[in-house]
Write a new protein. Sequence first.
Length: 286
Amino acid sequence: MSSYFTVPINLYQQPEFRLLAQNQVNTYHASFRLWHFLLAEAANNNDQGRISAAASLAYTVKEIKQISGITNNRSVDQLCGLLIKVGLLYENEKRALYIANWNQFCPEAQPVHEIDPIKTETVKPAQVTSATKNKKTLNLKHPATPTEQKQAQQIITELAQISGKHFPEAERHEEYVVSWLQRGYLPEQFKQVSLAKSAEWGNQIEMRKFVRPRTLFGPKFINYVNDIVPERPVTVVHHVEPMPRAERLQGLYLDCDRDLNETFRRAKIEGMLITKEELEVEIDGI
């Protein structure tokens, strides 16, 4: 039994995946996820990419459901048919199911004819469907689709509106949002976190700086989602008593890591009429 398989670095740029992304927008994520489960099963079987129980047995809906966890029979038929159509799976004469181009993924597999070697990196099967555990970033499962990019932009803009803050391009971190969207989280959950943390931290000078995309939608996002109790609706931050001007400037100063020039620039962006001399007086002693 094989413990490892290889994944081409340019995997998602290959024609089959491009065809899947371009023509199957509604089922792209489901078919993408199913293919990875089937890839891991083929690695376990270690038989030229075979997914079915045996080369002489046709694959069954029940078999694929057990491998992938999908419970809907119609979905299994539809997704398998789609993956076969775009060339990511194929059937033999007995309708046994295989991963197409298996020689790309299994080092032991011998290609039928000579081809140029593809640069690869070795990963464990379980790593294909799980998020990379990285302290600073969350890797994307696949390149962001136009829909995901649009949703991420809207979610960051909504956070700015809720918190009353402005996030320059370098601080938007839309890739964080996309990574969670690809793992099944909904735009409404991002809004709930934005509302909850803006209400909780927005009027606290030391905590206000953490109302930002890289904190709320970073690796701890799942914790913030789990902290929200549905039975207790969150109060929109716009209804909170306005923060005094001095506290607002002090919070902005801390948010800018005590950089006077940056604080002055951000204050102008947020529409605050103040001179540098006045700003120095307001933040004196912090």
